[in-house]
Design a binder for this molecule. Structure first.
Ligand code: CJB
Length: 743
């Protein structure tokens, strides 16, 4: 979510009032804003997309709720010590004025125990889930004000607590200190800490507990509200739509089925029809290591009734598949929710597809890949209409108006109002000013000021001075091999070695650059941490090399988060979105950078492709192999058909010569490319990457042309408003309409 104060003031239109009031009291509004701690309740793009949804749904007057966990510790704070990432706990809850504890709203959540079969009064076989342990979920509400509307929606975060309330004083007084606090501690552990993995699933029991705790509490809340309306159950899907943001809340499907059949006494088929009409599932990644699977024995122990229901869902599903494809035995094992491995695993994505009426990917290429690879059997079974695409977007309120107030004001001045913040397609009108010299000049001044703001931050946090006239080249996102920060830093080393080999005359022609990196590595992701280490070691050497001076600086901004993104995005000249083609679901920072007047260098991946379509090929620097060629290249590498790119070889030679510290620190990174198949195609794309960077340098030298590209790109970014995204979900998945708040 990031910070709330600035966003809330802008959305409710009170920032000027606050500025004046604070100034009367002797404070600057900016200083007050900077006191706030980020709410860092997610890992990367997935969680931030949800935050953009909340802003947009409130702004468009959709009566929506967000549900999540009130983690005591959000994503860790990152420090860089001797070039290494160090993780520091993020205790963010002190002095958080934005949450309203709702101690009266609690839900008992059950774990473990066993299932009893019995005959109810109508002679029907029923199931009751008994014994086990109970943990209480307590609601904390965070208001989400829309922009220019009376609608304020609610984000409800659940905190875990021992069901007995406080702790057992009797045990305590009797000297049984440990057991008196143990229950309480075990319960509180559930919402204690966010798992810091992005695009990676590891089947830990506590994580499954978190997922069920969150789903069960939210479902209870939703059902309770519905029951207050006294409507028939058949109306449930007309009144309620639940969107699963990836597979992490998939247990909600099972939980709703359980409530309807075990608690409310509905027949299986009627209940299942309600469930599937209610849920939609958004897939955010095709990476195999990110696809959630839970071990059957683990689920059997923690959620015995849910496992029974999953088996039942699977049975009915497989029976229907068998009927449709009687001669295809293999398809049954391929699409079964249960993977027949040791131990058996529950495939959550399959459960999510089977339990939803619509499945969507987050950019065109990604949605196509889902249909042709990962979920192709399900397309055969359900037909293509079950699968759709909704390309991601970003909220223009936070990512333009709040992050870049001067650019927003300049646009408003030219368009005559701030209406574009509610209808981003209106931006197209600024293209008419592209030849207006004074306008271009103002545009350039704003970019320069944003670069100065970032330079100040860099000076304060790293001690390095960077030249604001240099080309600011930014890559900020989670550190991951598929996102290829290694390609970027190898490119930087290539640049460094090239400059070192130049004559004084040649150096005069070099376009000065600042290469800026930021992002967290999952604490257990060794290769990602190695990449961070290499970036910092390269920075040490390059930034202190007198032969280089201002021609190249390398900066690692520690602890990249939402509020830092708000400073960084408006300050880039070029940003890097360079994942191996076919691996990035969509990407959303690509949109943030372009909307703030930065150009991008990228692969034909995720939403880069649609950004290109909207802004025009002449305004983006694309490079590298295409998604359709990746499998073949990997195959060839596997069979030994691999030749290291000669320029990359020169880079590796420098690393092996200990130019950036002990070569042993980077040997695994190099050998993953040289010896182990170069899975992410770093070598295959290297030449194309560095040649494209040369084109970037050349283009940057013509500042007038660069400005034209920048302005035209912003003008054409209307499509990437989160409001377009929200409306598409509302029309094609949720079947809901806006509802104005009455006076
Ligand atoms: N995404 O941030 C995550 N974490 C995951 O575990 C899976 C996917 C990202 O979701 C974003 C929002 O849809 C996408 O833009 C991004 O490509 C994807 O990696």
């Amino acid at each position: 979510m990031g910070r709330t104060l600035d966003n809330a003031m802008l959305n409710v239109g009170l920032k000027d009032v606050a500025r004046d009031g604070l100034s009367d009291l002797g404070f600057r509004v900016e200083d007050v804003i900077n006191q706030e701690h980020d709410a860092a309740l997610g890992n990367g793009g997935l969680g931030r997309l949800a935050a953009c949804f909340l802003d947009s749904m409130a702004t468009l007057n959709y009566p929506a709720w967000g549900y999540g966990l009130r983690y005591r510790y959000g994503i860790f704070k990152q420090e860089i010590v001797n070039g290494y990432q160090v993780e520091i706990p993020d205790y963010w809850l002190d002095n958080n004025p934005w949450e309203f504890p709702r101690h009266e709203i609690t839900v008992d959540i059950q774990f473990y125990g066993n299932v009893k079969k019995y005959q109810d009064e109508n002679g029907r076989i029923s199931h009751s889930w008994e014994d086990g342990e109970i943990v209480q979920a307590v609601a904390y509400d965070v208001p989400i004000p829309g922009y220019g509307t009376k609608t304020t929606n609610n984000l409800r975060l659940w905190s875990s607590k021992a069901s007995s309330g406080e702790f057992d004083f009797q045990k305590f007084n009797a000297g049984d200190y440990e057991s008196a606090v143990a229950d309480q501690q075990r319960a509180e552990t559930i919402s204690a800490v966010l798992y810091p993995n992005d695009n990676l699933e590891r089947g830990k029991e506590l994580r499954l507990k978190q997922q069920y705790f969150w789903c069960a509490a939210s479902l209870f809340d939703i059902v309770r509200r519905f029951k207050k309306t006294k409507r028939a159950w058949g109306e449930f899907p007309d009144q309620i739509a639940i969107q699963l943001n990836d597979t992490h809340p998939t247990l909600a499907i099972v939980e709703l089925q359980r409530i309807l059949i075990d608690k409310e006494g509905l027949e299986w088929d009627e209940a299942w029809s309600i469930v599937t009409k209610t849920f939609g599932y958004t897939n955010h990644t095709v990476l195999p290591e990110a696809l959630e699977k839970w071990s059957v024995p683990l689920m059997q122990n923690l959620l015995p009734r849910h496992l029974q229901i999953i088996y039942e869902i699977n049975l009915f599903f497989l029976q229907s598949v068998e009927k449709r494809f009687p001669n295809d035995r293999d398809i049954l094992s391929r699409v079964s929710i249960i993977e027949e491995s040791h131990p058996k695993m529950v495939r959550m994505a399959y459960l999510a597809i089977i339990g939803s009426h619509k499945v969507n990917g987050v950019a065109e290429l990604h949605s196509d890949l889902l249909k042709t690879t990962l979920f192709k059997d399900f397309v055969k079974i359900y037909g293509p209409d079950r699968f759709t695409n909704v390309t991601n977007g970003i909220t223009p309120r936070r990512w333009l108006h709040q992050a870049n107030p001067r650019l927003s004001a300049l646009i408003a001045e030219k368009l005559g109002s701030y209406d574009f913040l509610k209808d981003l397609t209106l931006l197209d009108k600024i293209e008419a000013f592209v030849d207006d010299k004074a306008f271009r000049e103002e545009w350039a001044v704003i970019k320069r000021e944003n670069k100065l703001r970032l330079a100040k931050h860099i000076k304060a946090t790293t001690g390095f001075d960077v030249n604001p006239n240099a080309l600011f080249d930014v890559q900020v996102k989670r550190i991951h091999e598929y996102k290829r920060q290694q390609l970027n830093i190898f490119g930087v080393i290539h640049r460094y070695l090239s400059i070192k080999a130049m004559s004084a005359e040649e150096k005069k022609k070099v376009v000065p650059r600042v290469s800026i990196f930021g992002g967290k590595a999952a604490p257990g992701y060794w290769m990602a941490k190695t990449i961070i280490h290499l970036i910092n070691k390269v920075a040490d050497v390059v930034n202190k090399d007198p032969e280089i001076g201002d021609l190249l600086k390398v900066i690692f901004i520690a602890d990249y988060n939402v509020s830092k993104a708000e400073i960084i995005c408006p300050a880039s000249d070029i940003s890097e979105h360079i994942s191996t083609a076919g691996t990035e679901g969509s990407g959303t920072s690509n949109m943030k950078f372009v909307l703030n007047g930065g150009l991008i260098i990228g692969t034909c991946d995720g939403a880069n492709i649609e950004i290109t379509r909207e802004i025009g090929e002449q305004n983006i620097f694309l490079f590298g192999n295409l998604a359709e060629d990746v499998e073949d290249l990997r195959h060839r590498h596997f069979y030994g058909d691999f030749k290291l790119d000669p320029q990359l070889e020169r880079v590796f030679d420098a690393i092996k010569d200990n130019v950036f510290g002990d070569k042993a620190d980077f040997s695994a990174l190099i050998s993953s490319i040289e010896e182990h198949g170069d899975y992410y195609l770093v070598s295959d794309d290297f030449n194309s990457y560095i040649t494209t960077h040369e084109m970037v340098d050349e283009a940057f030298q013509n500042q007038e042309e660069w400005l034209v590209k920048s302005i035209a790109s912003v003008a054409r970014m209307g499509f990437f408003s989160m409001d377009r995204v929200t409306n598409e979900y509302a029309d094609s998945i949720w079947n809901v309409e806006p509802l104005d708040v009455k006076d």
